[in-house]
Design a protein around this ligand. Structure first.
Ligand code: 1HN
Length: 352
């Protein structure tokens, strides 16, 4: 990477000019141009690993003694990128957090323009309700809350349930397009039987006269059992991709596009002993280890992970994985947005 050309301090005459124009809300582009238009992405985002069992879970459970889900509205510990302190962001464009809901608790209904994904990390038997339909959450399930849909969560099981929340909050903030509303009741009333949307949309069938009303997938739970089956069959029937192992993207069956308009979601399997070639892309990506153990090199950082650990790969930083045991990784990024804007780039190996 070439360092930005060192800029000399402006002459006294120019410095005086900059001070003179500032009160008029004017500034000299020539002093800033090289920082604004860089030869390559220059992100403040840093690689980081959150170790679930050792670092995060004990603190999340402590949060569970300090505030109820109801009072908190959402009892979430934000996974804040250390390069973005105070920004509530895991990458420049995405929010990530871990949400805890204890037995008997309800996280009250609301809706907002931000889209959310849930990836279930621990516990089984809590539900989330989206627009009148409930779905039970199991570890490894990928669940969607589309923009402006009513949603609440409840835990009717006997154990704590934890999931990773991924939201497009920084994108909506960039665009100044945030709207939010609390629900009239804590839990929305159930208007469709559980499994209704899966029957309509998740069996390679669509209701005959149905036309999509929004860009988000009509499937709102992609169960882990089904994604995992696909990965197992792929791994039996062909060679892994050198950079990705066996990698699939979650899809909206009505359009063939990503399941969510602002967040791309992926699941990949790495055979035992497999080491990927370095890969980089412009979509900073959050990874969650679901099964297995391994190591990932992200730029100069080396992360050893096991199930439930989470790590972030900043834009355009090379990542390579090595699986010590057969491993499954879930990941999400802003790739759909970048592709639609013609900005997305990838490079295999370390070349640009
Ligand atoms: C939200 O509504 C949820 O519905 C989770 O579970 C995390 C983070 C920021 C803003 C809204 C949820 C959130 C959130």
């Amino acid at each position: 990477m070439r360092a930005a050309k060192a800029r000399r301090a402006p002459s006294a005459q120019r410095a005086a000019f900059y001070e003179e124009i500032a009160p008029y809300s004017l500034a000299p582009l020539w002093e800033r141009l090289s920082a604004l238009v860089t030869a390559e992405p220059q992100t403040p985002c840093r690689p980081h690993l959150w170790r679930y069992d050792e670092e995060v879970r004990p603190r999340l459970m402590e949060a569970g003694t300090l505030i109820t889900a109801q009072e908190a509205v959402r009892r979430v510990l934000i996974l804040e990128n250390p390069g973005l302190a105070g920004k509530s962001a895991v990458t420049h464009s995405l929010f990530a957090g871990l949400q805890l809901i204890l037995p008997g608790e309800v996280a009250p209904a609301h809706r907002h323009t931000q889209s959310a994904l849930r990836f279930i990390v621990e516990g089984e038997g809590a539900y989330t309700a989206v627009d009148g339909e409930r779905t039970v959450m199991r570890p490894g399930d990928f669940i969607i809350t589309p923009s402006w849909t009513w949603h609440d969560h409840g835990n009717e099981s006997g154990e704590p349930v934890v999931w990773l929340d991924g939201l497009d909050i920084p994108i909506v903030r960039l665009l100044d397009a945030s709207f939010a509303e609390p629900g009239a009741a804590e839990s929305q009333s159930v208007s469709r039987a559980e499994g209704d949307s899966a029957a309509r949309f998740a069996n390679n069938l669509l209701p005959v006269d149905w036309r999509p009303q929004r860009p988000t997938s009509p499937i709102f739970n992609y169960p882990y059992a089904r994604s995992r089956d696909s990965l197992c069959v792929l791994a039996r029937n062909g060679d892994p991709d050198p950079c990705h192992g066996y990698k699939l993207r979650y899809v909206n069956p009505a359009s063939g596009d990503f399941a969510m308009p602002t967040i791309g979601t992926f699941i990949q399997a790495l055979p035992r002993g497999f080491a990927t070639r370095p890969y980089r892309s412009t979509d900073g990506t959050v990874f969650v280890a679901v099964e297995g153990r391994g190591e990932s090199r992200v730029g100069d950082a080396l992360f050893s992970w096991k199930p439930r650990d989470i790590f972030v790969v900043p834009s355009w930083m090379a990542v390579s994985h090595k699986a010590e045991e057969e491993a499954v990784l879930f990941s999400f990024s802003d790739r759909p947005v970048q592709e639609k804007l013609g900005l997305w780039r990838e490079a295999r190996g370390n070349a640009s």
